[in-house]
Write a protein that binds this ligand. Structure first.
Ligand code: ZN
Length: 1081
């Protein structure tokens, strides 16, 4: 579950459009699940959605994938292979929606205001619950992906993490659903398209979504009961489990801290970028609630008492302090009926007043903060970070100013060619940008920018460069082409409204709540058309300089509320923090009598016993579920026509896309020489960011921004079931309005054929940025790194991906950084050789998604594009058969928490794929691993993944305080399955939950893309039908039989762990020779 942090690294290619209009959560992603496509999102264990605020567009000129992990791998989950599309309704029929005053009256509501919002083709009504004052936005339209959310204002007074611990805890059982974790039951057995909760610095959100109305109302009821009547307020054990507690197995041992949030936050506090974000936020807002950490500081969390926790719930989780959102095609009358049942049980209280966020007064002079972060021992001097942060205003800004600031932000930072971003990266003073630019989702907006990977001496130079660049921009203004590129990009994304796998209704809710939560108008943020047109007009009339220069001057250059945060690497810090914790725990132990200790050991055992005891069947039955008859018997169909243009295979998907054309051009990578593989991610970046003979990189970038909705280039690799050779492609992905398809194909052609690999300095930046990104991933997503490493030991596709996005890639980047200066000619010709090997008509495949007429119109453009490609590549087909050596490895990094993995290829032991495997592996994740690794082990997450293409079955944990203990849990999985007793209800839920994954909600572009991947991997509709039938007919016997298959992981599995030096040493002592130790950071 998540809290938000104020700064976000720019390496994520933020887009202003999301800033302008989606004032939603997450700045700096603590872990980058959504972008690391190599692993499925362990949705349960995390209960969070990274990158809420980024609508998943293809960021212009920077691949969404290459920015964090340089290669894309297929997750292996069936879910990613299936699709359910939604088309935006062409003809809204607002009259059909709406609640009559009589109905509102009957359920105790009064209508406050009502509007038809054309931007989202919805009728929106704001109601007030008369008895309690609860406010409801009821949004009706034809979107089947229905969304509900309840939000409370929860400003904390200290860094004990109360809001965050409460967010976890209320989902652990309630009055009507008295089981351990109804949330997990919903994860297991519902068709939800979204299920999560987030903690912000000042609010807590509980959203759910589903396309099935019955399922949707089930989810709503469980969530409403959870927030208003949770068991956790009477049950100290939940508080201990989710928050913190002392653990002691035996009075002779040492006491330790345990708790899910405690460990989650230890992980956050191990990441330099997160520490920077927190330090910046706290220094910017020393006097109000943002000066403390709503997520919880691991050193402060243990100060929190159960009484304070109870009080906080009673005060703030109250209808008078609630804002509730309904969205979609369900009956708006029913919404009010359901709500009144809950709200009516309360009387109004003063929470709405008590929870008001006080604004921070502006400083009269700048402030400087120096903070240390835990670093590894390497003697790399360039490890400092510096970030400049401005608090822009004491009062909330008017809509027009806010919109202009968002636009300004995109102009300065939105594209790789945007001046502030470009100048900072080209300076050579640091590796990557930090600070998220304009952030406006809290009460007062701020602006942050800085660099990481800086040497101590260069810090003043970075500060000077930022200030001088801003001054220069204020004096000179922006290029007309740059303004046009930003305008087109923002408009395109608003009209496309592509929220990726994120429900559209949730994206709108988070936008609306960004104002509503501060008692402002919840309708305003949904309406972008008018202010955007006004801004456009102003720019056209007065010129962009007249619009933007005064903003830079007023809000940044002449604003004394500037906080400069400098981060220093400290090789001792991790050890000191651990020693500090140990010392406290020793003191605690010393202060206890023998009886106290015996009592603590007893309490520890009691908690564990409770955690490990399954819920009684009656309690489980309380959670409403669908039955198998509610489930469609056939997989979701994606219209796919496989044709041929000039001898090249072309896939066309006739889907309603609101006049946007989505296209992918895929080139088979198998002709590539093995030694060139590691250059591929940098090759992709070079294509988009180097420029041609006629166009500078800036011009090319602007052209893409002006003419298209974005282009990205990245490698895709996966095993293919039953084949030794992997499937490996270079994919160019682009989109534009259908009327501009000509420009789109032209630009793809320019990128592929005309870009020159001559800019040594830029290439050097790419290497440094990629290195910084990989190091960040290692700390934040160590489980992804461990998984990639295990895959690389077990199959060729895994090996390729690891070469382009794992530890091997990091090692390559480090050596390349040194080589760029001496061997540039050789490197440049390697890039050219990749192009020559890959680019050919004979190895090409085209995929297009749009409606029929637009598809037909594009055919001649495709033909023209293909004509320009070389007929055959000049490379002979090669075969990659490499793997990493199969030893167990412990990868040592400075961290307070570990990532523990173990995997084996179960096809190699004779297992034959059956659809039941999807049900079983999901069940193992949500029961056995959830209970043992997370609930009683104290890790933030534990899950397993079955890559059905390669046959690799892997176990992984996330922010885990344990190491060997977790491996033992993995090893006991087969026994868990053998001893499993399962009633019909549980089995049905497991099947339905799996179908929910398989039928995961997809917008049309995602449908077309999934279909392309299925085509590349040879997965037919017949096979999908067969797997579905196997899923639906899964029996308990299948579970028992699967035990034999995954026993291979225990017996023959390979283990890779990313862990702290102390834990690795301890594990080494206990099982000597078990790991090869590898120091990476
Ligand atoms: Zn959490």
């Amino acid at each position: 579950m998540e809290r938000t942090i104020l700064l976000r690294s720019l390496s994520c290619s933020p887009l202003a459009c999301s800033r302008l209009f989606s004032r939603s959560a997450h700045r700096l992603p603590a872990h980058s699940f959504s972008r690391s496509h190599s692993r499925p999102i362990p949705r349960g264990p995390c209960r969070r959605s990274p990158h809420l605020r980024r609508w998943r567009l293809l960021p212009v000129a920077s691949s969404p994938y290459s920015s964090s992990s340089s290669c894309v791998r297929f997750s292996g989950r069936y879910s990613s292979l299936s699709a359910r599309a939604v088309a935006t309704p062409t003809q809204p029929s607002p009259e059909t929606f709406g609640v009559s005053d009589g109905v509102a009256e009957k359920y105790g509501f009064e209508k406050v205001s009502e509007e038809f919002i054309k931007e989202c083709k919805s009728k929106a009504t704001l109601f007030r619950h008369k008895k309690t004052g609860a406010e409801i936005m009821s949004v009706s339209n034809e979107d089947e992906n229905k969304v509900f959310g309840i939000v409370f204002r929860t400003p904390p007074k200290d860094s004990t993490g109360i809001p965050h611990i409460l967010e976890h805890s209320v989902l652990c059982g309630s009055r009507k659903y008295p089981l351990k974790e109804p949330f997990v039951e919903l994860l297991k057995g519902s068709l939800h398209t979204f299920l999560n909760a987030f903690t912000y610095p000042d609010r807590t959100c509980y959203p759910v979504a589903s396309t099935n109305t019955k399922d949707f109302y089930n989810l709503v009821d469980v969530y409403l009961d959870a927030v208003f009547f949770p068991k956790c307020v009477e049950d100290i054990q939940t508080f201990q489990q989710e928050g913190w507690h002392y653990e002691l197995d035996n009075p002779s041992e040492e006491i330790s801290y345990k708790g899910v949030v405690f460990n989650e936050m230890k992980g956050v506090y191990s990441q330099p970028d997160s520490i920077l974000g927190r330090a910046s936020q706290q220094a910017l807002f020393p006097d109000n609630t943002y000066g403390v950490d709503s997520g919880g500081d691991p050193q402060v969390i243990p100060k929190l008492t159960f009484e304070e926790f109870q009080e906080f719930h009673q005060k703030y989780y109250h209808p008078s302090n609630a804002r509730i959102w309904f969205y979609g095609d369900d009956d708006p009358n029913e919404r009010l009926r359901i709500l009144n049942e809950y709200l009516d049980q309360f009387d109004a209280n003063s929470a709405a007043n008590d929870s008001k966020v006080e604004p921070q007064k502006l400083f009269s002079k700048p402030v400087r903060v120096v903070e240390k972060y835990p670093a590894g021992e390497g003697n790399d001097a360039k490890k400092h970070m510096v970030c400049l942060n401005w608090l822009l205003s004491e009062k909330p800004l008017d809509l027009e100013t806010e919109l202009s600031l968002g636009f300004l932000d995109h102009l300065m930072l939105g594209f790789p060619a945007s001046p502030l971003r470009k100048i900072l990266l080209e300076s050579g003073l640091g590796d990557a940008i930090v600070g998220g630019g304009i952030e406006d989702e809290l009460l007062q907006p701020q602006f942050s920018i800085g660099l990481k990977g800086v040497s101590e001496d260069d810090i003043p130079k970075v500060e000077e460069l930022i200030m001088n660049t801003l001054k220069k921009l204020a004096e000179e203004g922006f290029d007309t082409d740059a303004v046009e590129a930003s305008m087109n990009t923002i408009e395109f994304s608003l009209r496309e409204n592509n929220t990726g796998s994120f429900p559209r209704g949730l994206s709108l809710m988070l936008r609306s709540i960004g104002k509503w939560i501060y008692d402002m108008n919840p309708f305003e943020p949904l309406k972008y058309e008018e202010p955007l047109m006004a801004l456009k007009k102003r720019i056209a009339k007065e010129g962009s300089k007249a619009v933007f220069s005064p903003l830079i001057e007023k809000f940044i250059l002449n604003n004394p509320h500037l906080v400069t945060v400098e981060m220093q690497p400290d090789t001792e810090k991790a050890a000191q923090d651990e020693a500090f914790e140990k010392e406290i725990l020793e003191k605690v132990k010393a202060s206890m009598t023998e009886e106290d200790l015996a009592e603590l050991a007893r309490a520890t055992m009691e908690l564990r016993l409770k955690q490990e005891t399954p819920d009684p069947p009656e309690a489980l039955k309380a959670v409403p579920s669908l039955s198998l008859s509610d489930i469609p018997k056939e997989p979701i169909h994606v219209p796919t026509e496989v044709g041929d243009i000039d001898g090249v295979k072309v896939l066309q998907h006739d889907l309603f896309t609101n006049d946007v054309l989505y296209t992918e051009v895929a080139f088979d990578m198998s002709p590539l020489k093995q030694e060139l593989l590691q250059f591929v991610p940098l090759f992709c970046q070079s294509l988009l960011e180097m420029g041609t003979k006629d166009l500078s990189f800036v011009q090319l970038n602007q052209l893409i921004g002006r003419k298209t909705g974005g282009i990205s280039v990245y490698p895709f690799t996966s095993s293919v079931r039953g084949k030794e050779d992997p499937c490996s492609h270079l994919i160019v992905r682009g989109k534009s309005m259908a009327g501009r398809a000509d420009d789109l194909f032209n630009l793809v052609n320019i990128i592929l054929q005309e870009v020159q690999f001559t800019d040594q300095q830029r290439f050097k930046q790419f290497v440094s940025q990629s290195k910084a990104r990989m190091e960040n991933r290692l700390r934040g997503s160590g489980h992804g790194i461990a998984a990639a490493r295990m895959d690389a030991k077990l199959n060729v596709a895994g090996w390729i991906s690891e070469q382009m996005g794992g530890i091997s890639y990091l090692e390559f980047l480090r050596s390349l950084e040194e080589r760029v200066d001496q061997d540039w000619d050789e490197i440049s010709s390697s890039l050219e050789e990749i192009r020559k090997s890959l680019l050919s008509k004979s190895s090409c495949l085209i995929n297009m998604t749009a409606d029929g007429q637009n598809l037909r119109n594009s055919e001649k453009l495709v033909s023209k594009f293909l004509d320009s490609l070389p007929r055959n590549s000049n490379a002979a087909s090669t075969s990659w058969r490499a793997r990493l050596s199969p030893e167990n490895e412990a990868i040592v990094i400075p961290t307070q928490v570990n990532y523990v993995g173990k995997a084996a290829n179960i096809y190699e032991t004779g297992y034959q794929l059956d659809g039941s495997a999807y049900v079983i592996s999901k069940y193992i994740s949500n029961t056995w691993l959830w209970d043992r690794v997370r609930v009683s082990g104290g890790a933030y997450g534990g899950f397993c993944d079955f890559d059905t293409h390669s046959g690799v079955f892997s176990f992984l944990s996330y922010r885990d305080p344990n190491l060997l203990k977790t491996l033992d849990i993995y090893d006991a999985t087969a026994d868990f399955l053998r001893e499993l007793e399962m009633d019909d209800d549980t089995l049905t839920k497991a099947i339905i939950g799996t179908i929910g994954d398989v039928d995961s909600y997809q917008l049309p572009d995602a449908k077309g893309y999934s279909s392309l991947l299925r085509h590349l991997l040879g997965i037919t509709d017949e096979e999908r039908q067969k797997r579905r039938e196997e899923i639906l007919s899964t029996s308990v016997k299948d579970f028992k039989e699967f035990a034999d298959a995954i026993e291979a992981v225990r017996n023959k599995g390979v283990s890779v762990t990313v862990a702290s030096p102390d834990d690795v040493e301890a594990a080494h002592r206990e099982r000597s020779g078990h790991f090869q130790v590898k120091k990476v950071l």
